[in-house]
Design a binder for this molecule. Structure first.
Ligand code: SF4
Length: 298
């Protein structure tokens, strides 16, 4: 390719948030501890990153689904940063299984808010990705929590409040709420997008202003990563989600000079560093990762 060097701008902040750092630390501590009861299970994914999940699996962590829960009668179950419904704790306690709870405090605050509103007689409309662990946990709090869809008739609901998943795109939630508010003036909003998500979105927007292309490094399953892409694309800027260096070869970098790099709250820094290193040496790149599995959770 013999390309001129790219000018690379890193959005700041980006990458691991406090909730993810805590979830990784608690999971690692459990796997290293002689005292934690075996087997050690994780309900869902520790965080949405395949490499992190593979690294923990190599240390003995066993992934289970909600359907498996009923059959887990020994050992330890780790609750992921995305949180779970109250019924999950009840099942685990009944089965005498130890619990390590890595639920992010922002998700705990969201659950507390939902419970408070339900006690005040509200129907809570949860805006979130269907089947995402955080959505499943929130919907499981009460049958008074409904998953948002375009066909809900708010005029039939006495008191309704819209709340959202912690990792949604801020402008999407704000736009949807103002659209609904025109039709249903009594609808309330409590936007629970966490600070880590908000600052990563505005940092990416700021850093992207002078760039030709934005690369979001993150897992395709990560809501956080996908909303970063959406946030950037909402400004009509060219933007791609890449999981690592191997995805770079599918992107046409001809005529590109300025690149902004950002990453999701669940993306290990080593992946971002390798992407930048590859872009800086694009002429000789083989687009194969050199990262060792355990480096993802260091
Ligand atoms: S993205 Fe927000 S809610 Fe999710 S783990 Fe990080 S701080 Fe917590």
């Amino acid at each position: 390719m013999n390309k001129e060097k790219f000018i690379i701008t890193k959005a700041h902040p980006q990458g691991f948030c406090d909730g993810v750092v805590r979830a990784i630390k608690l999971t690692k501590d459990a796997l290293m501890s002689k005292d934690a009861k075996r087997p050690i299970y994780i309900l869902g994914s520790t965080v949405h990153n395949k490499e992190i999940s593979k690294a923990f699996a190599s240390l003995g962590l066993i992934k289970i689904s909600h359907e498996d829960l009923i059959n887990i009668k020994e050992g330890t179950v780790i609750i992921s940063a995305h949180g779970v419904a109250p019924s999950v704790y009840e099942t685990l306690k009944k089965n005498n299984v130890d619990i390590i709870d890595t639920t992010c405090k922002k998700v705990v605050a969201l659950h507390d808010l939902i419970k408070e509103k339900i006690n005040l007689g509200y129907t809570v409309i949860f805006m979130g990705k269907a089947n995402h662990e955080e959505t499943i946990g929130a919907l499981g709090i009460s049958d008074k929590v409904l998953l948002f869809d375009e066909n809900i008739d708010y005029s039939k609901i006495d008191k309704a409040i819209l709340v959202c998943q912690t990792t949604l795109c801020f402008s999407d939630v704000a736009n949807k709420f103002s659209e609904l508010k025109q039709k249903y003036p009594s609808l309330e909003l409590s936007c629970e997008i966490c600070d880590a998500t908000r600052v990563r979105q505005s940092a990416a927007l700021n850093a992207s202003k002078t760039s030709d292309l934005v690369l979001v490094v993150g897992d395709k399953e990560s809501n956080n990563a996908n909303t970063l892409v959406k946030t950037i694309k909402n400004t009509n800027k060219e933007c791609y989600l890449i999981e690592g260096v191997s995805d770079l070869k599918d992107i046409n970098l001809n005529n590109i000079k300025n690149i902004t790099i950002t990453s999701a709250a669940s993306t290990p820094k080593v992946i971002v560093n390798e992407v930048i290193d590859t872009l800086n040496n694009i002429d000789t790149a083989d687009f194969k990762t050199k990262i060792e599995l355990l480096d993802y959770i260091k």
